[in-house]
Design a protein around this ligand. Structure first.
Ligand code: FES
Ligand code: FES
Length: 155
């Protein structure tokens, strides 16, 4: 099928088999390897992208579902060589750990603050609940979200 959608602000049009996952189109056809494959079944969040601003697991989304829509990947956050403020917040909070979970975590955090500009701790926890880190924990990620949202951080 012919698939046309907007990827990180630019139009993309390509031929893909009908059952292709969005994750594979992003990584294999578009070369955007910031989106990772962890579990491949909707449980880890490593493949998170924003589809029309909504956080989705791209391993569970068929590419055809992106037809005519807007996809934002981690690569699309940076503008003209400048980090997006949420990326800066993650850096400043010391929340950037491994490159495997972080792309999805950052996009989950962006979606969360887009929906809740001043999130409570509970909203932050729920917002990143689908993005698993297997090693260090979430305290600095929560700090990063608060820094980005301008809400008080842990003392
Ligand atoms: S790879 Fe998609 S949720 Fe784990
Ligand atoms: S820091 Fe990425 S999985 Fe733990």
């Amino acid at each position: 099928m012919r698939l046309s959608f907007t990827l990180n602000g630019s139009p993309v049009s390509l031929d893909v088999p009908a059952a292709t996952r969005l994750l594979d189109v992003l990584r294999d056809d578009c070369g955007l390897t910031g989106t990772k494959e962890g579990c491949g079944k909707g449980e880890c969040g490593a493949c998170s992208v924003l589809l029309d601003g909504r956080l989705v697991n791209s391993c569970l989304v068929l590419a055809c579902q992106a037809q005519g829509r807007e996809v934002l990947t981690i690569e699309g956050l940076e503008q003209q060589g400048q980090y997006h403020p949420i990326q800066t917040a993650f850096l400043e909070a010391g929340a950037v750990q491994c490159g495997f979970c972080m792309p999805g975590m950052v996009l989950a955090a962006k979606a969360l603050v887009d929906e809740h500009p001043h999130p409570t701790d509970e909203q932050i926890r729920r917002g990143i609940a689908g993005n698993l880190c297997r090693c260090t924990g979430y305290a600095k990620v929560i700090d990063a979200v608060k820094l980005y949202a301008g809400t008080p951080r842990r003392s």
